[in-house]
Design a protein around this ligand. Structure first.
Ligand SMILES: Nc1nc2c(c(=O)[nH]1)N[C@H]1C(S)=C(S)[C@@H](COP(=O)(O)OP(=O)(O)OC[C@H]3O[C@@H](n4cnc5c(=O)[nH]c(N)nc54)[C@H](O)[C@@H]3O)O[C@H]1N2
Ligand SMILES: Nc1nc2c(c(=O)[nH]1)N[C@H]1C(S)=C(S)[C@@H](COP(=O)(O)OP(=O)(O)OC[C@H]3O[C@@H](n4cnc5c(=O)[nH]c(N)nc54)[C@H](O)[C@@H]3O)O[C@H]1N2
Ligand code: SF4
Ligand SMILES: [Mo]
Length: 724
C-alpha cells in the first residue's frame, strides 16, 4: 500500500520512564508511518531509542497483537480461548468479582500494576478502593522503591531532579544510563565534553564506567559505606554547607558521629575499593556543584533504604540540594496533580481502619498501607495470602500492565499462587506467560492509541502522549475498562464508595491539570508544556517530614523502630551455614538492561531477537577458566534459597568481576510451548527467592549479590538447547 504522510503528531514515548519527546508521522489512512525524536523536548533534547522508534509501532501492528477480549474455554493454561464481546467480558468479570466479594469480603479482590509511574497505577488503586479493597500490588519493591521511601522520609524530594547539564561532577551509582536511559546518556556525554567530572560506582564496567574520571568498583551491596566515607570526608575537611545544614537539616551531629567510623581505610576494607580512590572521588564530589545519579543497582536490595539514606544525606550536607548543577527538588506548576497525588488524596481514600489492613502494612508500615510511599501492598505477603489464606483470603486478581510471572522473583511460586485463585483477569497487548494462565484477557491500547498527561520532573514540564491513531481492533485503555467494570459492580450493589469519578481520559486528564493554567490545547500542539520554577526556595517548598527539615536523623524511621541514622548494613546473607557457602560459591547480579528490550516486552519481535537472541550471563575469564567454560556455552544457575535452576548463555568478559555472574532479566520465549513460554527455563527469576530476607523498611529482596552456583550443563544442537 502506498501511504501518504498526512500529519505529524507531537507526543511522548512511554515505553520506559525516560518519557522522550516524539514526533509521530500518521498517514492519510490513519496509520503510524514513523516515530521520531522531538528535538524540542525539554525532557529528552532529541534523545530517543530503538524501543520507541521500532518496538512501539511494531507492538501496535504485529499480527500477535490482542485485539479483542478472550475468554478461557479449556482448563487454565491450556491455550484454548474464545473471542467474546466487551459486554460479555465485563459482565463476567463483574459477576466473578461480585461472587468473590460476597463470599470472602472486599479485601479478597486485588489489583496488580507497575505503580504510580503510569496512569494505570492510580486508576487501578482507585478501582480497587471503589470496590472496598485497599490492596493493589506494585513493582516498586523491585524498582526504585528504596529510593522512593528514602527520598520521602528524608524530605529531599529529588527523584528525577539530576541537573546533569549544569553539573561539574556526576556521581553515578548503580546506574547504567547507556542502556537504561539513552537521553540521559546523551546528556552525560555532552557534559563530559564540556569538562564535567564523572565518578562511577559500579561493580560492572559499564560504558559510564569507561567514561568516568574515577571508577570505584565495590563489592556489590557495600555502597552505603562509600557514601558515609564521603560524608566523613566533607565533615572532617569542613567542606559541608554549614548554612544549609544549620537552617534546614535535622540530626547533623548524630550523622557526623555515625560517619566517623567510615575512614577511607575502614571503607576500603568493607568495600574492596582502594582508600586513595575513595578520597580522590570524595574530593571531586566535594568540589561541586555535583549531581547524584542513582539507579537500580543500589535499589532492589535488602539494605536499599539505608544505602539511599546515606546518599541522600550526602546530597543534603554537601549543599547540592536544589542547586543548579546539583539535585533539583521536584517542581510542578501550582494546581497540577501527579498520579502519586491521586493515590494519596484524601478524597479517594478508604477509611483508615480498612487501609491499615492492606496486606503487608503491619510488617512494612512505611511501605504498605496508609503510611506507605504509594499505599500499595507488599507483594510477597499477597502471594502468601493467595496460597495460605493468611492474614485473609485473596481470591481474585486483576493484573494490568505487568508481567508478574516473568518479573517477580520465584516464578514457580507466582504460578502456584495464580493457579490457586478463583478468578484471574489480565489486560495486555500480547499473550504473555502471565496472561496465558488467566481466565479472561482484555486487549489494551498501546502508547500510540491513548492520551496521557504527566509531570516530567526531569524536564520541568508537563508531557503529553497523544492518541495518534485509533485503537487497533477493540483495544481499550485502563480507565475505560475500569469504568465498565465499576458500572456493573454498581448495578450488582457491590461498590463500597465512588472513588473513580472520571468517565473518560479527557475528564481524567483535565482533573490532573486542574487549575494549573496548563492548557490541553498547548499540550496537544507541542507534546509538552514547560513551566517556570524557582530553585533553592526552601521557605516555600517545605520539607515534608515531621520536623519540617531534611531528616539526616529520621524521626519517621525511629517511630517504626528502625535505625534513624544512615549506616552500612551488609546485604542480608542467604547463607545459613558454611555448607551453603561452599555449595553456592559465586554471586549473581540480575537486571542489567538490554537496549532492545523493556523488561519482558518485545520478546516476540524478530528484529529485537536478532540483536539479542539469548539470555546472556557475563562471566569473568578467570571464573570461566575455573569452570572450563567457553564463550557461548550454556550454563545452569541455581541460587541459595532459590526454587529452581535456569539456563543462560555465558558471555566471557572482564566487564564483570571474578566470582560474580551478571545477567539481565525478563527472558521468556513466545515461540516456546505455552503456558510457560520458557518462563521456567530461561527466566532468571525462576531461580530466585522472593521470600524471607528483605529490606526491613521497603520489603525489597536482593536481586543482586545473590549466592549462586553454576554448572556448564547444557549444549545446543539443531533442535535447540538440551541438557548436556
Ligand atoms: N533498554 C531498557 N531500558 C530500561 C529498562 C529496560 O528494561 N530496558 N528498564 C527501565 C526501568 S523500569 C528501570 S528501573 C531502569 C533501571 O536502570 P538502571 O538503574 O540504570 O539499572 P541497570 O541498567 O540495571 O543498571 C544497574 C547498574 O547497577 C550496577 N550494580 C549492581 N549491583 C550494584 C551494587 O551493589 N552497587 C552499585 N554501585 N552498582 C551495582 C549494575 O552493574 C548496573 O550497571 O531502566 C529503565 N530503562
Ligand atoms: N530479578 C529481577 N527482577 C526484576 C528486576 C531485576 O532487575 N531483577 N527489575 C524489576 C524492575 S526495575 C521492574 S520496573 C519490574 C518490571 O516488571 P513489569 O512491569 O511486569 O515488566 P514489563 O515487562 O515491562 O511488563 C509490562 C507488561 O505490561 C504490558 N504493558 C505495557 N504498557 C502497558 C500499558 O500501557 N497498559 C497496560 N495495561 N499494559 C501495558 C506489557 O506488554 C508487558 O506485558 O521488574 C522487576 N523485576
Ligand atoms: S528511552 Fe526509548 S523507550 Fe524510553 S521513553 Fe525514550 S524512546 Fe521511549
Ligand atoms: Mo524499574
Amino acid at each position: 500500500m502506498n501511504e501518504v504522510a498526512h500529519r505529524i503528531v507531537p507526543s511522548s514515548c512511554w515505553e520506559c520512564s525516560a518519557y522522550c519527546g516524539s514526533l509521530i508521522t500518521v498517514s492519510e489512512a490513519g496509520r503510524v508511518m514513523k516515530v521520531a525524536p522531538n528535538p524540542a523536548s525539554p525532557v529528552s533534547h532529541g534523545g530517543f531509542c530503538v524501543k520507541g522508534i521500532r518496538a512501539l509501532p511494531e507492538m501496535t501492528y504485529q499480527d500477535s497483537r490482542l485485539t479483542h477480549p478472550l475468554r478461557r474455554v479449556g482448563p487454565r493454561g491450556s491455550g484454548q480461548w474464545e473471542r467474546v464481546s466487551w459486554e460479555s467480558a465485563l459482565d463476567e468479570m463483574a459477576e466473578r468479582f461480585a461472587d468473590v466479594r460476597r463470599k470472602y469480603g472486599p479485601k479478597s479482590l486485588v489489583g496488580a500494576v507497575s505503580g504510580a509511574a503510569f496512569s494505570r497505577g492510580p486508576i487501578m488503586a482507585l478501582l480497587m478502593r471503589s470496590m472496598g479493597s485497599p490492596n493493589w500490588m506494585i513493582n516498586q519493591d523491585l524498582c526504585g522503591g528504596c529510593r522512593g521511601v528514602s527520598d520521602k522520609i528524608t524530605g529531599t524530594s529529588i527523584n528525577g531532579g539530576e541537573d546533569v547539564a549544569n553539573s561539574n561532577c556526576l556521581l553515578i551509582v548503580g546506574r547504567n544510563p547507556a542502556a537504561a536511559d539513552p537521553p540521559q546518556w546523551l546528556e552525560i556525554k555532552r557534559s563530559k565534553e564540556r569538562g564535567c567530572k564523572i565518578v562511577v560506582i559500579d561493580p560492572f564496567r559499564t560504558q559510564a564506567a569507561e567514561l568516568a574520571d574515577i571508577w570505584l568498583r565495590p563489592e556489590p551491596g557495600t555502597d552505603a559505606a562509600i557514601a558515609l566515607a564521603f560524608i566523613r570526608h566533607l565533615i572532617v575537611n569542613n567542606l559541608w554547607d554549614r548554612e544549609f545544614v544549620e537552617k534546614y537539616c535535622h540530626g547533623f551531629d548524630a550523622l557526623a558521629e555515625r560517619a566517623q567510623r567510615y575512614t577511607p581505610e575502614e571503607t576500603a576494607a568493607l568495600t574492596g575499593v582502594p582508600a586513595e580512590d575513595i578520597l580522590r572521588a570524595a574530593e571531586m564530589y566535594a568540589a561541586g556543584p555535583s549531581s547524584f545519579v542513582s539507579g537500580h543497582g543500589i535499589d532492589a536490595a535488602s539494605n536499599g533504604v539505608q544505602t539511599f539514606r546515606a546518599f541522600h544525606a550526602l546530597v543534603a550536607i554537601s549543599g547540592n540540594l536544589d542547586k543548579v548543577g546539583g539535585n533539583r527538588r521536584a517542581k510542578r506548576p501550582p494546581g497540577f496533580r501527579t498520579w502519586m497525588d491521586l493515590v494519596h488524596d484524601k478524597r479517594f481514600r478508604l477509611p483508615e481502619e480498612i487501609e491499615k489492613q492492606t496486606i503487608g502494612a503491619e510488617r512494612f508500615p512505611l511501605w504498605a498501607g496508609p503510611l506507605g510511599w504509594q499505599t500499595a501492598c507488599h507483594n510477597v505477603s499477597v502471594l502468601d495470602a493467595m496460597l495460605t489464606g493468611e492474614p485473609y483470603p485473596v481470591r481474585a486478581l486483576y493484573a494490568s500492565g505487568v508481567n508478574i510471572t516473568v518479573m517477580y522473583p520465584d516464578t514457580r511460586r507466582t504460578l502456584e499462587a495464580l493457579a490457586s485463585l478463583d478468578f484471574f483477569v489480565v489486560a495486555a497487548h500480547t499473550m504473555t506467560p502471565t496472561a496465558a494462565v488467566a481466565d479472561l484477557i482484555l486487549p489494551k491500547t498501546t502508547g500510540l492509541e491513548e492520551e496521557e498527561v504527566a509531570l516530567a520532573p526531569k524536564g520541568n514540564c508537563i508531557t503529553y502522549t497523544a492518541a495518534a491513531i485509533a485503537p487497533q481492533g477493540e483495544a481499550r485503555c485502563d480507565l475505560t475498562i475500569a469504568v465498565g467494570l465499576l458500572d456493573r459492580m454498581r448495578a450488582l450493589g457491590e461498590i463500597e464508595a465512588e472513588l473513580l469519578p472520571w468517565r473518560n481520559r479527557e475528564e481524567f486528564n483535565r482533573f490532573l491539570i486542574g487549575d494549573s493554567g496548563v492548557s490541553l490545547d498547548d499540550l496537544r500542539r507541542d507534546g509538552f508544556v514547560r513551566f517556570p520554577y524557582t530553585m533553592g526556595d526552601f521557605e516555600n517548598q517545605k520539607f515534608a517530614t515531621p520536623t519540617g527539615k531534611v531528616e539526616l536523623y529520621s524521626t519517621t524511621l525511629e517511630s517504626v523502630g528502625q535505625d534513624p541514622l544512615p549506616d552500612y548494613v551488609p546485604p542480608l546473607d542467604r547463607h545459613a551455614t558454611q555448607g551453603s557457602r561452599d555449595a553456592y560459591p559465586l554471586r549473581l547480579q540480575t537486571g542489567i538492561r538490554e537496549k532492545t528490550y523493556h523488561h519482558s516486552r518485545f520478546r516476540e519481535q524478530a528484529w529485537a531477537r536478532k540483536v539479542s537472541p539469548d539470555p546472556q550471563v557475563h562471566v569473568h575469564p578467570e571464573t570461566a577458566a575455573a569452570y572450563g567454560l567457553n564463550d557461548g556455552d550454556w550454563v545452569k544457575i541455581e541460587t541459595a534459597g532459590g526454587n529452581g535452576a535456569v539456563r543462560l548463555k555465558a558471555h566471557v568478559t572482564d566487564r564483570t568481576k571474578p566470582g560474580i555472574l551478571t545477567t539481565g532479566v525478563g527472558w521468556w520465549r513466545p515461540e516456546a510451548p505455552g503456558p510457560e513460554f520458557g518462563v521456567l527455563d530461561v527466566n532468571v527469576n525462576a531461580a530466585l527467592s522472593y521470600t524471607g530476607l528483605a529490606d526491613p523498611v521497603s520489603g525489597s529482596v536482593d536481586t543482586g549479590s545473590i549466592p549462586c552456583r553454576m554448572a556448564p550443563a547444557w549444549t545446543v544442537n539443531s533442535a535447540g538447547a538440551v541438557p548436556g
